[in-house]
Design a protein around this ligand. Structure first.
Ligand SMILES: [Zn+2]
Length: 425
């Protein structure tokens, strides 16, 4: 059983609608006005320098603007972040070849300002759990002498507990103001079982997963090709004043592709674990290696070093951790401990690393295995109570010599099985 933190948004109606309506209207109009001021500013910067400022630039430009003080500072910041997200969404559409996509426009409803959503973060609200009230802060300009805040009496679904409130959004929908309350709940998730698996994160195989009697390999070919392609675009388009627009787009696209790949891969690994009743997953990360960028550590070869980006492994590890947790799997992350030198079958530690063409050959027992499968199995064994006593006995290394390989299919957006390649002993 694992305890998992989940974030849920609960919609609530406001009982004292009549009392709070004017106050919320004022804030909603203020949010729309601030959006328009920021949109106008972004347009000016764009015309002048050909670049759209991001939210941090907009924040520093506008923090002393009169309209900024109409809302609580965090609420104002959120409006600028929303505009930034809208611009990014538009870049995404354009990068995907959608020429008809329009940049975010002004917030208008006829000749008037619409009631835009207002977001309240930690210092923008106070929750009275006992009485079912949420107090929302106004901005310096909108405070009146008799009231600094708007006190909303809310009605949420009686089946949910409004607790650990993270964010509150005042949303005008169907002609009235409502609250979207974002809560953090601690829930118990049942473990899928008591088996153990090990993951070895690597370079040519981004992940090798060992279940003891079965090994799965996930090569990173697609990622490597994307990386190669977008790096070329980036270099070609490097202007005199740093990265050109096209180069920046290439950089961003590559980042998004890698993220997508990691999401799909981590989800797939966790799904495979759940299917096999795995309750504990050991992830061998490359901490020990990636800190030695000067090559003083293990030699991965020219291409290996080029591909070795610590944060990419970090991203994948983090995803495995939270997806595992959500599935009730305990995920343990540890640095590799000589996992590539030790034979997972007999436990013999080879003095020289005998890896050739991705195959590990044991000089003691004479077995040959896929090197990444061998590493993953060693990582798995570190979680077993006493691997030397029983688990290494009678092991057939067939599953390590012939792991099942799944390659990423970009059109389908998932990993599909490759035909098993027979390894020569
Ligand atoms: Zn051996």
């Amino acid at each position: 059983m694992a305890i998992q933190s989940v974030t849920r948004t609960h919609r609530a109606s406001i009982r004292n609608q009549r009392q709070v309506r004017d106050g919320l209207d004022t804030l909603g109009f203020a949010a729309a006005k601030l959006w328009n001021v920021a949109r106008w500013t972004a347009g000016r910067v764009w015309d002048a320098c050909g670049q759209i400022p991001d939210d941090s630039v907009l924040k520093s430009y506008l923090k002393s603007h009169e309209r900024y003080a109409d809302l609580n500072a965090q609420s104002s910041q959120r409006v600028l972040e929303e505009l930034d997200e809208a611009f990014r969404g538009w870049y995404g559409h354009r990068d995907n070849g959608n020429e008809k996509a329009n940049p975010p426009g002004y917030r208008k409803s006829g000749d008037e300002h619409p009631r835009a959503t207002v977001t309240f973060k930690e210092d923008g609200f106070k929750h009275d759990e006992k009485n079912g009230y949420i107090r929302l802060s106004k901005g310096r300009n909108t405070k009146e002498h008799w009231s600094d805040f708007i006190l909303c009496a809310y009605d949420a679904n009686p089946d949910v507990t409004i607790e650990n409130v993270q964010v509150v959004r005042a949303v005008f929908e169907h002609g009235e103001w409502r609250l979207h309350i974002v809560c953090r709940h601690e829930i118990e998730v049942e473990s899928p079982g008591d088996r153990t698996a090990g993951v070895d994160l690597g370079i040519s195989n981004i992940a090798a997963v060992s279940f003891g009697d079965e090994t799965l390999l996930f090569p990173g070919g697609w990622l490597k090709e994307s990386k190669h392609y977008y790096k070329c675009v980036e270099y070609e388009c490097e202007g005199e004043n740093g990265l050109s627009r096209r180069a920046r787009n290439a950089k961003r696209t590559l980042k998004e592709r890698r993220r997508h790949f990691h999401h799909t891969l981590s989800k797939r690994i966790i799904d495979e674990c759940v299917e096999r009743s795995v309750g504990r997953l050991m992830v061998g990360d490359l901490n020990g290696i990636r800190s030695e960028d000067d090559g003083a550590g293990r030699n991965w070869g020219r291409h290996g070093n080029k591909m070795l980006h610590g944060w990419a492994f970090e991203q994948l590890t983090t995803m495995l951790e939270y997806k595992g947790k959500a599935a009730g799997i305990e995920v343990v992350v540890d640095s590799e401990r000589d996992t590539s030198k030790t034979c997972a079958v007999c436990g013999h530690k080879n003095g020289s690393q005998r890896v050739e063409r991705g195959l590990y050959h044991c000089e003691n027992c004479g077995r040959t295995a896929n090197a990444d499968a061998n590493g993953a199995e060693n990582i798995r064994q570190t979680l077993l109570p006493n691997p030397d006593a029983f688990d290494r006995l009678d092991r057939d290394n067939g599953c390590m010599a012939q792991p099942a390989t799944y390659s990423f299919d970009a059109t389908e957006g998932r990993f599909l099985p490759q035909e098993r390649v027979r390894c020569e002993p």
